[in-house]
Design a protein around this ligand. Structure first.
Ligand SMILES: Nc1nc2c(c(=O)[nH]1)N[C@H]1C(S)=C(S)[C@@H](COP(=O)(O)O)O[C@H]1N2
Ligand SMILES: [Mo]
Length: 241
């Protein structure tokens, strides 16, 4: 008889639970470490089922990559808040004073300049930004995989999430370690053969192409490693596409 994989057992358990009721799904997901973080206190069985089912199937899967001829001619940049004086000052200096801090539960907290980031291996991907409001575009994103920086920083084994912060105080978000270490999760500094324009998050944007656009926060200044479960957010925490 063909052995049934652990994943198949959990997946069918979750599917059966979907019929039996979300509370059962919640218990099964909990037993297998598939509970999403408590987001605004509204995390409930529905979100757990979405997250658990999605993660079992997609832990290592890739966001769709497109051929070069599908790069959008007129990509639409979502309107952002007007840049602060702090941002304008950094921009006037060619962003030479821009810093990315990596802290929290890491062995080696670090502060990196854009030059530091540019000295790391550069990768590119042609992926889509999909906004929860329905529009999307395809672009080439050039940067360095976040996983390399995390390796340098020595993320501690008990870390479960990364929180990341923008120079825009109202924009921060978090991802689990499957996305943190995923090869398509980039610290992005370039777009379509040029520097990443400010409208699209320059000088530094975290691209998380496996999730909706709002997880790809622009103007990243800080990434914190944590094991905690409480987050604030306006939308669903897990936005897999
Ligand atoms: N700092 C910051 N990041 C942000 C936003 C923002 O307003 N500020 N908008 C988010 C939303 S809702 C979406 S859909 C995408 C839009 O990406 P785009 O401007 O490249 O189209 O960026 C996300 N990242
Ligand atoms: Mo969005």
């Amino acid at each position: 008889m063909k052995p049934i994989s652990r994943r198949a057992v959990i997946t069918s358990g979750l599917a059966a639970a979907g019929v039996a009721g979300l509370a059962v799904a919640d218990r099964i997901a909990g037993r297998h470490g598939l509970i999403p973080p408590d987001c605004r206190g509204i995390y409930g069985a529905g979100e757990t089922l979405t997250y658990a089912a999605h993660r079992l199937v997609t832990r290592d899967s890739k966001a769709r990559e497109f051929p070069r001829n599908m790069i959008s001619k007129n990509p639409f940049a979502n309107e952002t808040a007007p840049p602060s004086d702090q941002f304008k000052k950094l921009q006037a200096g060619g962003f030479s004073d821009w810093r990315l801090t990596i802290d929290g539960m890491v062995a080696h907290p670090m502060t990196l300049s854009l030059a530091d980031l540019r000295s790391l291996p550069t990768h590119s991907q042609i992926t889509e930004v999909a906004c929860e409001e329905g529009w999307s575009y395809v672009a080439e994103w050039i940067g360095t995989p976040l996983s390399g920086v995390l390796r340098e920083a020595g993320v501690l084994p008990q870390v479960r999430y990364l929180k990341y912060f923008s120079i825009q105080p109202e924009w921060s978000d978090s991802i689990d370690m499957a996305d943190a270490h995923h090869p398509q999760t980039f610290l992005t500094m370039g777009m379509n053969d040029g520097e990443l324009p400010v409208g699209f998050g320059g000088p530094l944007r975290l691209r998380v192409p496996r999730q909706l656009g709002y997880k790809s926060v622009k103007y990243i200044t800080r990434i914190t490693a944590t094991d905690e479960m409480k987050f604030q957010g306006e939308y669903a925490w897990f936005a897999g596409i």
